[in-house]
Design a protein around this ligand. Structure first.
Ligand SMILES: [Zn+2]
Length: 346
């Protein structure tokens, strides 16, 4: 699109058509005024449901939770607010790396250069303020403002402004980079960024339990292996209770086990085999083979970077404390705000 077109106000038909087109691809959409939700908030400060309700009250006005793929609802919204910008919900079909201007670009490039320089790829938007939105496969990781200087990560419960919306300050349009529209296969979240986004136990546990190396086959390692693989095998998929959680459980359990592989407590080949068996048992390997392999590769990479041995208490086998606590991993339970199962590869 030309520089002139970039400042031309999109027509109502153009905005409505784009909103419907995103929704028809399974991307939930919400109307925006500038960058903020257009629908007035259902709950104000002082209301007991303020910042608690996510739409269970039946009204609209819950920010990203209003986003929908229902074409009738979208037509009604854009009939009422023909000039509304378009917000796309993240964490469902994609996550977005939000790069703010040249500062953000440089911090992302620096990170990539330090870690092998693998390009991220995927659909890409030039924002109305001169930044970029990089669309990557949903990671299940929590969103994070400032994951790098001038770089945010937008995931579950966040949204991004999408083309052809106009930036409220500059008046410039958000535009898909030519050849990098939403048809482009999603980008890969770089491992170095994934690691930064992963809640680290050290953040909440300043003094980790002292550990010492042990030979593979130590009873502590065996107990953790059994507990973690049982957790994966029992994880629920979509339609099996409240939300799918299999991918998240798999990632977390695999990361915990590879921590112990790196600490020489468990044997790598055995862990890989047991993880695959558990992923098959919960149906994940059958339903989402490619995403599952990516999850395992990522968990291995992060896990191997943080070796962990046997906690002192368990290392003293003679004292009869070979059995780990319920949370054998010593990682606090990882609880992102939502635990969406990744949609199948499209
Ligand atoms: Zn409500």
């Amino acid at each position: 699109m030309s520089a002139r077109a970039a400042v031309t106000r999109p027509s109502a038909a153009e905005l409505r058509g784009a909103a419907l087109a995103y929704a028809s691809r399974g991307v939930p959409v919400l109307p925006l005024r500038g960058k903020l939700p257009r629908i007035p908030a259902a709950h104000q400060p002082g209301d007991s449901l303020y910042q608690q309700c996510r739409g269970q009250c039946g009204q609209q006005g819950h920010g990203v939770h209003d986003a929908t793929c229902d074409p009738d609802q979208l037509r009604a919204w854009w009939q009422r607010w023909p000039e509304a910008n378009i917000g796309l919900r993240c964490g469902v079909g994609f996550d977005v790396i939000d790069v703010d201007g040249q500062t953000g670009r440089h911090s992302l490039e620096r990170l990539l250069a330090e870690h092998g320089g693998v390009p991220i790829g995927g659909p890409r938007v030039r924002t109305g303020s001169g930044g970029w939105h990089l669309y990557v496969a949903p990671s299940g990781l929590p969103d994070q403002i400032g994951v790098l200087p001038s770089v945010d990560y937008r995931a579950a419960d966040r949204y991004v402004v999408a083309p052809p919306s106009r930036h409220p300050t500059t008046g410039r349009r958000y535009q898909w980079i030519p050849g990098r529209g939403l048809d482009t296969p999603l980008g890969e979240l770089p491992a170095a960024l994934r690691e930064r986004l992963t809640p680290q136990p050290a953040d909440r546990q300043p003094e980790p339990a002292p550990t010492r190396p042990a030979e593979p086959g130590h009873p502590y390692g065996r107990a953790v292996l059994e507990a973690e693989t049982a957790r994966i095998a029992g994880a629920r998929g979509p339609g099996q209770g409240r939300g799918g959680e299999r991918n998240q459980v798999l990632w977390e359990a695999a990361r915990n086990l590879y921590n112990l592989v790196a600490g020489d407590v468990l044997d790598e080949a055995e862990v890989a085999g047991e993880l695959e068996r558990a992923a098959r048992a919960c149906g994940l390997l059958r339903d989402e083979p490619r995403q599952t392999q990516r999850t395992l590769a990522s968990a291995r990479q992060v896990g191997m970077a943080h070796p962990r041995g046997v906690p002192e208490r368990s290392a003293r086998g003679a004292s009869g404390h070979d059995h780990p606590h319920q949370d054998a991993s010593h990682h606090p339970p990882f609880r992102p705000r939502r635990q969406p199962d990744h949609p199948p590869e499209r």
